[in-house]
Design a protein around this ligand. Structure first.
Ligand SMILES: Cc1cc2nc3c(=O)[nH]c(=O)nc-3n(C[C@H](O)[C@H](O)[C@H](O)COP(=O)(O)OP(=O)(O)OC[C@H]3O[C@@H](n4cnc5c(N)ncnc54)[C@H](O)[C@@H]3O)c2cc1C
Length: 391
């Protein structure tokens, strides 16, 4: 097989890149090690920035998102027993859209199938080769047979544990990392959300987040020790703990029900630099991870592939490599700003045992300043709704 672009990974980055390349008339195949059902079963992000919505529109897959997505004009910060609203619309003129990553993935998969585009699911031992030369290839095993795909470029959209970054010589890549000493215990339930907007709670028992996927499906999280196991958290224990971390009105209004999905996510900040190695380009979680506090992971992944698709269109259409040459630097500038925001918001909202009583006082003072200063509220709002894409 020969294609212009071989994409490794059918998560949101790989699928969105495939859709954008198709629109640009560029021929691509996607290789994915899991089955479509497995990919769709992963419950992850839920808040989309305008940049992401615009790219999904550009890819022609935003109809259901516009019909079913929930437009949110702000968030609520809960601390000291009260909630304080951060008004995105008033402060920045912008909003975010709540629409689950699972639904984004489903829309992209269906559009890909309808257009007859090729995705090789359950491809084993996928490996990129020769990307430092002119003729890269990707090999994979399916049904016991090894196959090779010749291509012009390889897009490494294979997530944090993927093969692309792992195939690079250690000397070619520099990594920066912070692992947090706690995780998020998350529950998805078929219950109405406790509030119309997301509630981020800073509480002396630890952080909590009230999020949602629709007006009938809620997603809740509580900060938990990283050593905890899902089995330690019965539904009853989860709901009791969440209620304790909310303000009295929210605790009273909370509707509970059986969990549909439960999991513990570790929190990590991570960046690999650069993001281009000859004819191999990393995008999304393959190159960077943020703690989910700022709702940036999926949005950063989308922005990366937006830049990459435009650069590849420029390469094939205008015979210019300017976009490809600028790719890594352009992405990394935006990524580091999102890393900073996610790190700051994580630090402000979570309980860090090592910082003690002084650390708690600092958080309280900063939260008090944040909700009472238009400048500080605006800084939070403009980062949360997403920084614009640079041209
Ligand atoms: C538990 C969890 C909760 C999260 N919650 C949030 C949130 O609330 N908000 C937010 O913004 N972000 C969140 N994120 C982050 C967000 O989901 C990711 O940033 C997003 O999925 C990145 O998309 P991606 O396509 O780059 O990577 P992924 O979604 O990881 O997709 C990579 C794909 O590559 C495939 N793959 C890997 N290795 C190979 C291989 N060797 N060969 C072939 N295929 C391979 C994988 O199977 C996968 O399908 C969360 C992430 C996790 C793990």
């Amino acid at each position: 097989m020969r294609v212009q672009v071989a994409i490794i990974g059918a998560g949101p980055s790989g699928l969105l890149l495939g859709a954008l390349l198709h629109r640009a008339g560029i021929d691509a195949v996607i290789l994915e090690r899991h089955s479509p059902d497995y990919v769709l079963g992963r419950i992850r992000a839920g808040v989309l920035e305008k940049v992401t919505v615009d790219l999904l529109e550009q890819a022609g897959v935003a109809a259901r998102l516009h019909a079913e997505g929930l437009v949110h004009h702000g968030i609520e910060l809960s601390f000291g027993g009260t909630r304080h609203r951060i008004d995105f619309q008033g402060l920045t003129g912008k909003h975010v859209t709540v629409y689950g990553q699972t639904e984004v993935t489903r829309d992209l998969m269906q559009a890909r199938e309808a257009a007859g585009l090729q995705t090789l699911y359950e491809a084993e031992q996928v490996a990129p080769h020769g990307f430092d030369g002119e003729r890269p290839t990707v090999s994979y095993v399916r049904d016991g047979t090894t196959h090779t795909i010749a291509c012009d470029f390889i897009a490494g959209c294979d997530g944090y544990h993927g093969v692309c970054r792992a195939s690079l010589p250690a000397s070619a890549v520099q990594t920066f990392e912070r692992v947090y000493p706690f995780g998020w215990m998350g529950v998805l339930s078929q219950t109405p959300p406790v509030s119309d907007e997301l509630i981020y709670s800073n509480h002396e028992r630890g952080f909590a987040l009230c999020s949602m996927r629709s007006m009938t499906r809620s997603r809740y999280y509580v900060q938990c020790p990283i050593e905890d196991k899902v089995e330690d958290w019965s539904d009853e224990r989860f709901w009791d703990e969440l209620r304790l971390r909310l303000d009295p009105a929210a605790a009273e209004a909370l509707v509970t029900g059986p969990s549909i999905e439960k999991g513990i996510a570790p929190l990590r900040s991570f960046v690999a630099e650069p993001m281009r190695f000859g004819r191999l380009f990393l995008a999304g979680d393959a190159a960077h991870i943020v703690p989910p506090t700022g709702a940036k992971g999926l949005n950063l992944a989308s922005a990366d592939v937006g830049y990459l698709a435009a650069a590849l269109a420029e390469h094939y259409g205008e015979r210019s490599d300017a976009g490809l040459d600028a790719y890594s630097q352009r992405c990394l500038r935006r990524i580091w700003r999102a890393e900073r925001f996610s790190w700051w918001f994580t630090g402000l909202m979570h309980k860090f045992p090592e910082t003690g009583a002084f650390g708690r006082k600092m958080q309280s003072a900063e939260l008090d300043y944040l909700v009472n200063s238009r400048a500080a509220s605006t800084a939070l709002a403009e980062n949360y709704v997403g920084l614009p894409l640079e041209s």
